[in-house]
Design a protein around this ligand. Sequence first.
Ligand code: PLP
Length: 299
Amino acid sequence: MSIAYLNGQLLAIEEAKVPALDRGFLFGDGVYEVIPVYAGRLFRFKQHIARLENSLRGIRLPMEQTLQDWANICHQLIEQNSLNNASIYLQITRGAYPERNHDFPANPNPTIFAMITALPEVQAVPSDKDLQGISVITAEDIRWQRCDIKAITLLANCMLKQQALECGANDTILVRGGVAFEATSSNLFIVRDGVIITPPLSEHLLPGITRDFLLWLAEQHGILTEQRLIPEHELLQADEIWLTSSTKEIRPVTRLNDVTIGDGTAGPVWRQMYDHYQQLKVQLYRGEIDSNTEGEIAL
Ligand code: PLP
């Protein structure tokens, strides 16, 4: 049975209940983070909390918690659930009030909820399934204009993901005005002539922590990167396409709208980055690197 955190209490996840008048439930009025844990350590924790603080500022919900307060919640979940390799879901809503009213409450009493889910162990060698990659479609991005805020309001993301599943694909790359920005729960990268390309940060995409980490990791290994807009038509000219996120890491896309990308399996640059990513995790497990590494921080 999984132990969750709710407003200062640790309790069985089935017992974690919030009032029906919570603004998260009524309006989707809240933000969240998903933080990976490797070897019992919070990976890139400072960056995740900086993004959380940006999201909170974005929805104008001031919170007093320090980095250490957030770390304490996460560490309690790691210990209580005896999970060393996991992802922590941390959600903050504007809280519950006596009436359903669009206006922001004058004195917010936010709801803080967190839970933990096991992640697979480090995989030094990619599985056949990894190498096979995933299949995606493209669709017009129907989300709002502040996709840089990690808001819990994910109905459009769910609909766009479902659209992919109903087409027999795994995910959807989201396009606005002919430009591809990201996927329903991951950032977008392409590779052309050995250069790793990803769209620049804007209000049309989430500033992915994995995106940032990959740009850093590529730089460490002398692989060229470029941040620029990717027209939808350029996707089909790419040597490789990847989707990235904290829990999925780097996923190669091998089919786009039923057209094969590259040779239909994960490409050589993906393989290089996969190895670098896993090596860094192995170093973390062995305790060879810790908070001094730009790529992660242990609290
Ligand atoms: N873009 C969207 C829309 C997401 O939901 C996510 C993760 O959930 C990402 C990108 C990737 O972000 P991160 O690498 O921080 O997990």
